[in-house]
Design a protein around this ligand. Structure first.
Ligand SMILES: C[S@@+](CC[C@H](N)C(=O)[O-])C[C@H]1O[C@@H](n2cnc3c(N)ncnc32)[C@H](O)[C@@H]1O
Length: 178
């Protein structure tokens, strides 16, 4: 994930679901003064990541990805969305709309990159299956039915170019805005 950040993050960067801010903190941006925006539904994640990344004076956006985003359109060079999709319920046909909302914020040629844990159509050993089932039981993962084909179908709807790589049960995706 750190390699993905270093190779894909642009100077005007939107970080979606930044968690603790760890990956953004470690990222080597193209310049020392990136223009950073952090977006999350949860104010605690925003407070924690904004504190960690205070040196960049990040803009904060508390918003629901399932709705159009209150951000400028065709603005960002890059958007990262790591380990977010598998926490959102509804299957690809419902949560695919998030890709539309994110694509609208990217400038032409801007890049979305991210990762998500899949639950179907990927190799899983017994330990991984057990872990995924346990995360479903706890409600932490909402990725029942999430497969690589569904992710590709949704990326193809909103991005002219995309790539999905499967590593174990994790999909790593990059997509370029038109
Ligand atoms: C597992 S964390 C992401 C971790 C982080 N990206 C990292 O790599 O360390 C998932 C994040 O997505 C956010 N999230 C989940 N559903 C969301 C939604 N509908 N809109 C906005 N943020 C959402 C959660 O609040 C949470 O902060």
């Amino acid at each position: 994930m750190r390699r993905l950040y270093n190779s894909s993050a642009g100077n005007r960067h939107l970080d979606i679901g930044p968690g603790t801010g760890y990956f953004v903190d470690k990222c080597r941006f193209p310049t020392k003064t990136p223009e950073l925006t952090l977006l999350d539904l949860n104010s605690e994640c925003l407070d924690m990541s904004a504190g960690r990344l205070a040196r960049y004076r990040p803009a904060i956006c508390q918003a629901n990805l399932m709705e159009p985003l209150p951000l400028p359109s065709r603005h960002f060079d890059s958007a990262a969305m790591n380990l977010v999709f598998h926490t959102i319920p509804g299957g690809w046909d419902t949560k695919g709309i998030i890709l539309k909302h994110v694509a609208e914020t990217l400038r032409p040629g801007g890049v979305l990159f991210g990762t998500t844990v899949l639950a179907e159509g990927v190799p899983m050993n017994r330990l991984t299956s057990k872990m995924v089932l346990e995360q479903h039981r706890r409600g932490n993962f909402q990725n029942q039915g999430d497969d690589p084909a569904g992710l590709e179908r949704q990326l193809a709807k909103y991005f002219p170019e995309y790539r999905v790589t499967i590593r174990g049960a994790v999909a790593i995706f990059t997509a370029t805005a038109g």
